[in-house]
Write a protein that binds this ligand. Structure first.
Ligand code: NAD
Length: 441
């Protein structure tokens, strides 16, 4: 059993004083990433992290706030606010997406940047963690306005961007198109083309084969490894997937390819269930024609709440954060949960799920396939030598399987669940580089 009590005090090595962890002054209780930091504390305690390093790892390295005046199509000028946070670059350049959303706050960007730091360390790729965002409503903006906003944001943070310092990627409401504008703006300033400044680009301009499918492929691989560990074959295993976007639909498709039976899938519109198994390619076709999963005729309709508590071998939450909470955790019937989404399980649900004996592969391991192939994209851009999709997939498999094994080994060593083990492994890796590099003063 893991020690799920939050750390209350960490002893400073030299002074013997007790330091009270700053209960994330930058994260409110409602913020899903408060949950992440409370798990960070448990892992820090397990590692007996010394007080100085504990403080270092809880503070972002650099935070930038920029004002972005944009000429709108109407002729008016509007000023948008943008952020970029480099949480840690101790293991390599900052890595993390840029989101365009009305809900963006500096607190959120900072927390997401921390999350990226642990994720890159779990899969042991040579990146730190970063994140960026602009407060805007892209759905109401024209392509021209979005392009001007992207280019102005890029030029405003250009000092910290670069293949050796900070490498953005797509996130909520940003895509290949936006990455192409960032790459072009950066390259215009540098006076030569620099493809490695962003990942998630179109393949024609330095993107990687297999990047679009990478997160779902990683989720499929860790599902296979988790079931193998529990002595159950993937072939014939029953699977339920919440979220039918990039991660959810590709996960469902690849798991079906491996012989799993996909009982139910859902999206924001609701879900569909068929106890004989859904034909995922057919559901994807339906979604392409009708925009949403709901209304799919070859199954029964069900709500997202009903889907989460279906009897199944595997549940893959691949939509939003905080869908498994203290409220519904007791009703979850899955034997295994594979977190395709970031933060789908609230910290309050951990203890209930653990008591029920549910094996959880946490987000910072389960959905790390995306950033792993982003790393491959960066390597290929710097080399100017591009890999086949087969090579990308086989290298991704190697990293995901090894990372699963490493987290499992830590979980056995410290007798903790896979989530705490993943945080422990990540913090140990980041802390060890800090110790080797020493403090520059
Ligand atoms: P997406 O926008 O492609 O898909 C999101 C899906 O969730 C859609 O099907 C949407 O309808 C569904 N959804 C939205 N609200 C919902 C609700 N209330 N109930 C049920 N379903 C709902 O996004 P994505 O890229 O697939 O990302 C999904 C999750 O995975 C996010 O948490 C994201 O941060 C995480 N993630 C994505 C990647 C990646 O490479 N795309 C990598 C790591 C983590």
């Amino acid at each position: 059993m893991s020690d799920t009590k939050p750390v209350t005090e960490i002893k400073a090595r030299r002074t013997g004083e007790f330091i009270h962890p700053d209960k994330d002054h930058f994260l409110s209780e409602e913020n899903p990433f408060e949950a992440m930091m409370s798990r960070f504390d448990i892992a820090a305690k397990l590692l007996s992290l010394d007080a100085g390093l504990y403080q270092v790892l809880r503070h972002p390295e650099k935070q930038i706030i920029v004002s972005l005046p944009i000429a709108m199509d109407s002729g008016d000028v509007e000023v948008f606010t943008g952020y970029r946070v480099l949480y840690s670059t101790v293991r390599g350049p900052g890595k993390g997406g840029i989101r365009f959303d009305l809900g963006v706050t500096l607190d959120e960007v900072r927390a997401l940047a921390a999350w990226m730091t642990w994720k890159c360390a779990v899969v042991n790729i040579p990146f730190g963690g970063a994140k960026g965002g602009v407060i805007c409503d892209p759905l109401t903006m024209s392509m021209g306005e979005l392009e001007r906003l992207t280019r102005r944001y890029t030029s405003s943070i250009i000092e910290i961007l670069g293949p050796d310092s900070d490498v953005p990627a797509p996130d909520v409401n940003t895509n290949e198109r936006v990455m192409a504008w960032i790459m072009d703006t950066y390259s215009m300033h540098k006076r030569h083309t620099v493809t490695a400044v962003v990942t998630g680009k179109p393949i024609e301009m330095g993107g990687s084969a297999g990047r679009r499918e990478a997160t779902g492929r990683g989720v499929m691989l860790v599902t296979r490894e988790a079931l193998k560990h529990l002595g159950q074959p993937l072939r014939g295993a029953k699977v339920v997937v919440q979220g039918f976007g990039n991660v959810g639909s590709i996960t469902a498709e690849l798991l079906q390819e491996q012989g799993a039976k996909i009982l139910a899938v859902s999206d924001v519109s609701g879900g569909v269930y068929n106890d004989k198994g859904l034909d995922i390619a057919d559901v994807i076709q339906w979604r392409e024609a009708h925009r949403y999963v709901s209304g799919y005729p070859k199954g029964q309709a069900l709500t997202n709440e009903e889907l989460l508590v279906l009897p199944t071998d595997v549940l893959v939450p691949a939509a939003l954060e905080n869908v498994i909470t203290a409220r519904n955790a007791k009703d979850i019937q899955a034997k295994v949960i594979i977190e395709g989404a970031n933060g789908p399980t609230a910290a309050g649900a951990d203890e209930v799920l653990e008591k029920k004996g549910i094996f959880i592969v946490p987000d910072i391991l389960a959905n790390a396939g995306g950033v792993t192939v982003s790393y491959f994209e960066w390597v290929q851009d710097r080399d100017g030598w591009f890999w086949t999709e087969e090579l990308v997939n086989s290298r991704l498999e190697e990293i995901m399987v090894k990372s699963f094994d490493n987290v499992l080994a830590v979980s056995k060593r410290y007798k903790v669940n896979m989530r705490i083990a993943a945080y422990t492994l990540a913090i140990e890796r980041v802390a060890s580089v800090h110790r080797l590099r020493g403090m520059y003063a």
